[in-house]
Design a protein around this ligand. Structure first.
Ligand code: NAG
Ligand code: NAG
Ligand code: NAG
Ligand code: NAG
Ligand code: NAG
Ligand code: NAG
Ligand code: ZN
Ligand code: ZN
Length: 423
């Protein structure tokens, strides 16, 4: 009897519950003109464009539909889906307008509802989900109204209408009790409408309140959004205005006990970053999922080879909400064009690729220490998958290595620039 009691206590304490999964899809950048004009190709040598996509163009419809369809075949019964924005293509503003932005988002919303009729999707807005791009106002507009009515059935909570219509942000709890905080960080990205403000659409005040409430309720939180804090590796590009970047980091760090992870998009590359306390311990990971669009900007400072379309599956513990693993799927574009068929290939399983027990901060911090060796196997893996192709021996010189390490470890200006100036 005593033994049984002890066993029960032990199980309760260490009980890792059932495993759950969620998909993260991001940066579709659907080129509605792909077949006819390829407006997103920017006159690159793309007169012959593959059926399933080109490395110099945004996504054709076929690619998007096939990726979602294949994902549904691989794992239909996920607990939810994160969809972190950027549905419009990289085309000259004269080819877009507000109605077209809405039309494209509506179409993709219907697509997801069609393939995943029983799964809740938690969408967020990207800088390309507005017209003109990047210029979200800090107040109600047609896009917030339209997306709210499209996504209302997923959000399924009228109490979120007010913040959504005001700033495109909301919070909900999943059926397994995980708190999702969905932020509109396009408000912090090269947006002339918000540049001089302290708190566009009062989102920071709200975020702080929600995290504080989650703390008092004993919840665990995932923050999802489009534009991430921190610096892009290699080119050192800070995605948010400096004062927003700072404020975002401070807010998140105040609640490191409740935040399990952040899942963002926007950079199109496969990468992650760590939030460190002032004493340097890693407390929260920020995961950047690679994009569905294969468009490569052909910049000489960015790593080659080219970027394959990608979608990821995250495995977590439904009870503790700990994140256990990432399964990264991708489309080998030349093969898909040759076979006229999109096949999602499992690129890697994070725990196997990196020899780590899970994708929580402690494991990732130890991994980043191993990245210090530029010739080591783990740093090479990171570089190989940065463009979602797993091709070996792509060059990353000392400068490139340093840039990656500084960007992974330091999200704030002070520590990042100090890291970059140390030879
Ligand atoms: C243009 O693309 C075609 C088809 O991919 C290729 O055969 C050709 O070599 C390319 N031309 C140049 C100048 O890159
Ligand atoms: C979405 O767009 C595709 C390609 O233009 C079209 O085939 C499909 O019918 C559209 N779906 C909806 C729901 O509008
Ligand atoms: C969705 O749920 C309905 C009702 O429970 C069920 O009949 C249907 O098979 C489910 N569809 C999928 C794709 O899981
Ligand atoms: C958005 O919808 C609200 C009511 O739901 C309305 O009051 C407001 O005028 C609408 N905004 C725009 C820009 O149409
Ligand atoms: C990519 O950029 C390089 C250097 O700027 C240029 O030589 C090359 O032609 C470009 N490739 C394409 C396909 O545009
Ligand atoms: C698709 O990829 C899987 C591996 O992920 C492979 O087993 C399968 O044979 C491929 N199918 C086709 C039609 O290429
Ligand atoms: Zn994007
Ligand atoms: Zn973006």
């Amino acid at each position: 009897m005593k033994l049984m009691f002890l066993a029960a206590v032990l199980t309760l304490q260490y009980c890792s519950g059932e495993e759950g999964y969620f998909w993260h899809i991001t940066d579709l950048h659907w080129d509605f003109s792909y077949v006819t004009y390829g407006l997103s190709c920017w006159d690159k040598n793309t007169s012959v464009r593959g059926l399933c996509g080109s490395y110099f163009c945004d996504s054709p419809w076929v690619l998007i539909e096939e990726v979602i369809k294949e994902a549904q075949k691989i794992k239909p019964d996920v607990d939810f889906i994160l969809w972190s924005g950027d549905t419009s293509p990289h085309v000259k503003p004269k080819y877009m307008d507000t109605e077209l932005v809405i039309k494209q988002i509506r179409n993709i919303t219907e697509l997801l509802k069609g393939y995943f009729p029983n799964v809740t999707v938690y969408p967020t807005l990207g800088n390309h989900d507005y017209y003109p791009p990047n210029q979200f106002p800090p107040s109600n507009n047609k896009i917030y109204n339209a997306t709210y009515s499209l996504w209302n059935s997923w959000i399924n909570d009228e109490s979120q209408e007010q913040t959504f219509l005001k700033g495109g942000y909301y919070t909900v709890k999943t059926k397994f009790g995980l708190r999702i905080i969905a932020v509109n960080t396009a408000l912090y990205y090269y947006d002339l409408e918000t540049k001089t403000l302290d708190d566009p659409a009062d989102q920071f005040a709200w975020l702080d309140d929600q995290l504080s409430l989650a703390t008092s309720r004993g919840e665990k939180v995932i923050i999802t959004g489009h534009v991430p804090p921190g610096f892009s590796p290699l080119d050192g590009y800070r995605q948010m205005y400096p004062h927003f970047n700072k404020k975002f980091i401070l807010t998140v760090l105040r609640y490191s006990d409740v935040i399990i992870a952040l899942h963002f998009g926007h950079e199109h590359h496969d990468n992650f970053r760590l939030f460190l306390t002032s004493s340097g311990s890693a407390v929260i990971p920020l995961f950047l999922a690679p994009s569905i669009t294969p468009k490569t900007f052909n910049r000489t400072d960015l790593p080659k080879p080219y970027h394959n379309p990608a979608i990821r599956l995250i495995k977590y513990d439904r009870q503790t909400k700990r994140q256990l693993d990432i399964l990264q799927y991708y489309v080998d574009l030349p093969t898909a064009n040759r076979d006229k068929h999109v096949n999602l290939t499992l690129g890697y399983i994070a725990t196997e690729l990196y020899g780590i027990p899970d994708v929580m901060p402690d494991a990732l911090a130890l991994l980043v220490n191993k990245f210090q060796d530029p010739t080591g196997v783990y740093f090479k893996q990171l570089i190989r998958w940065y463009n979602t192709n797993g091709v070996q021996n792509y060059p990353c010189n000392d400068k490139c290595h340093k840039n990656f390490l500084c960007a992974i470890r330091y999200l704030d200006d002070d520590r990042y620039s100090k890291c970059m100036s140390n030879i």
